[in-house]
Design a protein around this ligand. Structure first.
Ligand code: SIN
Ligand code: FE2
Length: 207
């Protein structure tokens, strides 16, 4: 079943050109030298998530079996602060939102073919600032992004996200279930060791 995209959903195809995409990948590579990708686990069950994660910014989103979903100022393995936001990402936030404060977290999700990584339907609800939009950048292999309504299991609308695309979830879309049902692995050579990287920026605390 398909439906319309919710109010507040915006898709900017190829917002970043190939040179800018390479710069973003370089920024991720540099960040992972001090904040390596790590394995995360669902609360309670301890089921591993199929994506590997790291973060930019003063806060980073983490999850493990015991403490569950939350934001932390330091990397769970190294205990060190997350690397700073690249300027290009704060510029993007300013360009596509009218939120009166800066983003505080940029989650870096790496979808890898060997894990057949995807992301189940969820709402981002670990932030106090639910009035702030979520802004995301797709890099590498294309992905089928699906978004429905505020209730789990309803009809969804789908869009294929390509490398360089930007998505904004504001307004009603901010409270809507969304996920990645499929990644078209092997189509892009942008990401070192292959796959797709998604950068998801959020404002966490109320300004
Ligand atoms: C997410 O909703 O957290 C990720 C979306 C994406 O990978 O495009
Ligand atoms: Fe999300």
């Amino acid at each position: 079943m398909s439906t319309d995209f919710p109010q507040g959903f915006a898709h900017y195809p190829l917002y970043f050109d190939t040179a800018q995409q390479s710069e973003l990948i370089e920024a991720v590579k540099t960040a992972t030298e001090t904040a390596p990708f790590f394995q995360t686990y669902m609360p309670r069950t301890g089921t591993p998530l199929s994506v590997a994660m790291t973060n930019f910014g003063p806060l980073g989103w983490v999850t493990d079996k015991d403490k569950g979903y939350r934001y932390e100022p330091v990397h769970p393995r190294t205990g060190k602060p997350w690397p700073a936001f690249p300027q290009v990402l704060t510029d993007l936030w300013t360009a596509v939102t009218d939120y009166p404060a800066q983003p505080e977290a940029c989650l870096v999700n790496w979808y890898r073919e060997e894990k057949n990584a995807k992301m189940g339907q969820h709402v981002d609800f670990d932030e106090e600032a639910t009035d702030a939009p979520v802004v995301s950048v797709s890099l590498g292999d294309p992905a089928m992004f699906r978004i429905g309504g505020p209730k789990r299991g309803g009809a969804t609308a789908g869009v294929k996200l390509l490398s360089g695309d930007v998505v904004v979830l504001g307004g009603e879309a901010r409270q809507c279930y969304h996920g990645v049902s499929k990644v078209y692995y092997g189509e892009s050579a942008l990401v070192p060791n292959g796959g797709r990287i998604n950068l998801t920026m959020r404002r966490v605390t109320l300004p």
